[in-house]
Every structure is written in structure tokens, then in C-alpha cells.
Design a protein around this ligand. Structure first.
Ligand SMILES: [Zn+2]
Length: 502
């Protein structure tokens, strides 16, 4: 029962700073600019060509402000396109790349006061938490207090006009927009409520990851040069969206239903999780893209499963629960699970075989009990399906009652050497030697899915009609309806030790 602390390591992220066009938002009524103050430039002509009126454009020094809400950097070159009438949740053309989105660091610059009415710090942290609280959302914002951040929240230092409360950058080069500026003397230095601060920070972080104003079209904002792409699953208009523009004085009242759907559809979370070496990765099951999740060290993890959206990992000697979004983790109970090589879940419990015993563990507390008195020494694979556990031990495949531990052998086939079992859609799947088999969990009868030579495969997981198999160094997706398979990505998954999917 020795409890050793896990080692932490922090990556330092090289940050590529790219100058991008400014985007602003959240204004009160636009002021009318002094037309005579505008010098004719190519950039100004571009903005005029897009369709803005000269009287609605202000020269702000480094950039132009159009209609009080749209910013055009003077060093940006954009193409003009027409405005259409859509009001859906919308995204820019540039999005945060798959590898970056799981760990977008946020830092608060010293120019934001830590006390008084201009202290936005607590509200900035709340906004980070609000985004991170969206389930099944692939973006994870991480607050840091030192080092270089992907997003720096800072005072505008007078750069924003009085009626703009805050401004953010859109993503560029696969990175989140690098900056959020807050106008600390917004609207003649009015006192901004805490609720408005939270609202605006949630809104600005939304811009940083590529959300445009939901009402961009009705606000008269051109789609060009950033793009304004409808996010699937969102409606024609959404007055409750936190991403509506012209909303500086709104108070935080939560995301709208379609904000959440839009977020989940724009950046779906990974469905496949793999420990390789010291790192936990989230894998895009449609194309094999991968991204590290968190910075904890998972070296030598033996096995991983999931319950209720959380990952459970055995890393000798402990059992750990980890967030699938951030990999923040906690130790589950204090038992020594050293040597546990097979684990599955059923009905909200974890089941694991350690030496001779089969154990049921409560994932919340880690409390555990041995299930029955069977001797499961040498078991090589386990899965669960429809209120039963299935275990291969030596030559036999056994169906085990998860409450009592009583068991029956299924069929008479010799399953010696079966290292991988998974269940899905009322069938079991097994890799034995070169073969991949589909097994009837009631009778033990089986057929071969003669798709490939699966010799040496070391991980398998099932989800949504597909098997995912790591046969070093490749990761393969197998369609169980016809046995066809594809290679997921050119990445090497050599050295992977644990995998789960949900
Ligand atoms: Zn905005």
C-alpha cells in the first residue's frame, strides 16, 4: 500500500506569434467617424469595396474600425466577399489545430489590476471554467501564471475606442488568437458589473478559438476576410448566444443551447484515448489526428478504461481517475494495483484481475471487493457486455457473473494466446494470433473476420461500429460490419500501453 506521488512534468510550448487582423466586438452604439480624417489607402479601399460606408469607418492608427465593431489591421490583406443573411453560430476559416486545442494556455498580464473596480481577474478565471465545463468539447483552456501563454489577457492601454469594452484576435496558424484586450475605462470609465465582465470574457475567449458573432450578418459584418462558416446543428438565429455582437453590457447567463451544440460540433472531443510512453493522447477517430492531453506523466500505465466520461488508469501501484479533457487526475483509493493487466467496466463499476483475484471497484471511492473465489491466475483478456464479464484464461473463454463471480465456459474453442477482447453491439471480438474473431456471447460460437494478419496486436477497443487496434506501430480502424479496415494516420503508436474509447 505504498503511495508514491506521481511525477509531473510541464511542457513549455513554443509559441509562434503571428500578426493577425484585429477583431473587435461588444460595442455600444457606434460613433460616426470624422470622414475627413481618413487618408485614402489600399486597405481603406478594400474595406470600402467590401461594402462599408466611408462614414462608418474610423482610422485607429494601426487598424481601421468599421461600424464600431469590425477591425481591419492595416497590414492585413483580405479579399472582399458579399455578406449573406445568415445568423447561425459561425466560425472563422482559421481554427485552432487539433494538436493545440487540448491545452490552450491563458495568462493574465500585469496590466490587469488585482484589486479595485478594474480587477477582472476572477471573472477571467470564471470564463475559462465556463468554456471548460462544456461536455464533449475538444477545447481546453489552461490558466497559467508564468511562462509564455497562447492567449494573454491584457489592458488595451488606450488602444480601443471608448465604446468597445474588449477585443480579441481570431486564430492564426493553428494557434488560438493570441490576445484579449480589455478597455479598463470603457464607456467613460463606467463601473462594469462582475456579470458583464464574465460575459465579455467568455465572449472574447470564444473569438480566440474562432467563433464569430452569431449575429454577424444582421450586424452588417462582412464574412471576409476571416470567413463566416455556419456551424452545423445551429439554428437560423439565437438571441441567447453569448457570441452575439453588440452585447457589451450583457450579464453572464450561461451558454445558450446552441452555443453548446456549436462548440461541440466545431471542436468535438476525441473519442479514442491512448497512453504512449509518458503521454496521454486524444485521437480523432475519423482521420487519426492526435493531441497530447495534459502534461502528467503516465509512463508504464498498464491498462485504461472509462466510466461516466472519466478515464481510469492503472499505473503501478495506483489506480487513477483522469479528466478526458485535461488529464487532471486524482488517486482513486489507496489500494496497490501493481501488476493489474486487465480491466473493464460494467454497470458503473471497474473490474480488474490482479494475480488470482477478480475485483470489483467503485470508481468514485476506490473501495473494492473480490468477486467470488475463482482463481483467475494467468487470465489474458477481459471485456464486459450486457451484465456479464468475459474472461479468457488459458484455453477457455468464460462468462462471469459480475455480482457473484460464478462462471461458465462458453463453447469449446481453444482461445489460448488471446490477448485482446472487446465487446460491441451484442458481440465479442477477440484477437488470437493472426486472427480477428467475432464471438456470440451466449454460445461462444465464432466466425473469423479475415481482414488482415493481426499478429502482435497489443491494444483493442470498440466504439460505434468500429474496432480500434494498435498493431505496432500502426493504429487501425476496423469496420465490423464488413471487416474492412483503414490505417489511421501515419503516426507511430509504438510503445502504447493502454487504450480506451467512448
Ligand atoms: Zn465580439
Amino acid at each position: 500500500m505504498n503511495l508514491k506521488p506521481k511525477k509531473f512534468s510541464l511542457f513549455s510550448f513554443a509559441l509562434l506569434l503571428t500578426l493577425v487582423s484585429l477583431l473587435s466586438c461588444d460595442s455600444q452604439e457606434p460613433m460616426v467617424s470624422d470622414e475627413s480624417a481618413l487618408k485614402q489607402t489600399d486597405k481603406l479601399q478594400e474595406i470600402l469595396d467590401i461594402g462599408f460606408q466611408r462614414s462608418d469607418i474610423q482610422d485607429m492608427g494601426d487598424y481601421y474600425l468599421a461600424e464600431g465593431d469590425i477591425y481591419f489591421s492595416k497590414d492585413d490583406s483580405g479579399e472582399s466577399k458579399g455578406v449573406n443573411g445568415r445568423k447561425e453560430q459561425a466560425s472563422t476559416n482559421n481554427l485552432v489545430s487539433y494538436q493545440e486545442r487540448t491545452n490552450i494556455t491563458v495568462k493574465i498580464d500585469g496590466s490587469i489590476p488585482s484589486s479595485g473596480v478594474d480587477d477582472w481577474r476572477n471573472e477571467i478565471l470564471q470564463a475559462i471554467d465556463h468554456w471548460n465545463s462544456i461536455a464533449d468539447f475538444g477545447i481546453n483552456l489552461v490558466y497559467i501564471t508564468s511562462g509564455t501563454a497562447d492567449i494573454t489577457v491584457q489592458s488595451d492601454n488606450g488602444s480601443l475606442p471608448d465604446y468597445v469594452i474588449a477585443a480579441a484576435e481570431f486564430p492564426s496558424g493553428g494557434l488560438a488568437g493570441y490576445r484579449v484586450r480589455i478597455n479598463l475605462d470603457f464607456s467613460s470609465n463606467m463601473t462594469v458589473s462582475s456579470g458583464s465582465k464574465v460575459y465579455n470574457m467568455v465572449h472574447e475567449f470564444g473569438h480566440c478559438v474562432g467563433f464569430r458573432h452569431t449575429n454577424w450578418a444582421s450586424q452588417g459584418e462582412p464574412s471576409s476576410p476571416y470567413g463566416a462558416n455556419q456551424i452545423p446543428g445551429t439554428p437560423a438565429s439565437d438571441n441567447s448566444s453569448v457570441m452575439n455582437g453588440g452585447t457589451a453590457l450583457n450579464s453572464w447567463a450561461g451558454f445558450s443551447t446552441y452555443d453548446i451544440i456549436g462548440a461541440q460540433n466545431l471542436y468535438p472531443r476525441p473519442r479514442l484515448y491512448i497512453v504512449q510512453g509518458a503521454s496521454l493522447y486524444g485521437v480523432n477517430v475519423s482521420n487519426g489526428e492526435w493531441a497530447p492531453i495534459g502534461t502528467s506523466t503516465w509512463a508504464n500505465s498498464r491498462v485504461m478504461t472509462n466510466v461516466n466520461g472519466l478515464l481510469y488508469i492503472v499505473q503501478d501501484p495506483g489506480l487513477y481517475r483522469a479528466s478526458a479533457k485535461s488529464a487532471s487526475w486524482s488517486h482513486v483509493g489507496t489500494a496497490d494495483w501493481s501488476g493489474t493487466n486487465i480491466m473493464t467496466n460494467q454497470d458503473g463499476y471497474l473490474y480488474m484481475v490482479q494475480t488470482f483475484g477478480l475485483y470489483r471497484t467503485v470508481p468514485g471511492t476506490g473501495s473494492y471487493a473480490r468477486v467470488g473465489t475463482g482463481d483467475w491466475t494467468g487470465s489474458s483478456a477481459m471485456t464486459a457486455d450486457n451484465q456479464s464479464l468475459y474472461i479468457v484464461q488459458s484455453y477457455g473463454l468464460y462468462k462471469v457473473n459480475p455480482s457473484t463471480g460464478t462462471w461458465v465456459r462458453l463453447g469449446t474453442a481453444d482461445w489460448t494466446g488471446t490477448s485482446l477482447l472487446a465487446s460491441m453491439g451484442g458481440y465479442l471480438y477477440a484477437v488470437q494470433g493472426a486472427g480477428l474473431y467475432r464471438i456470440d456471447p451466449n454460445t461462444g460460437s465464432y466466425i473469423s473476420l479475415n481482414t488482415s494478419d493481426w499478429t502482435g496486436s497489443n491494444l483493442m477497443s470498440a466504439h460505434d461500429g468500429y474496432l480500434y487496434i494498435v498493431q505496432s506501430p500502426g493504429l487501425y480502424r476496423v469496420n465490423v460490419s464488413n471487416g474492412s479496415y483503414v490505417t489511421l494516420s501515419p503516426s507511430s503508436w509504438a510503445g502504447s500501453t493502454a487504450m480506451t474509447t467512448f
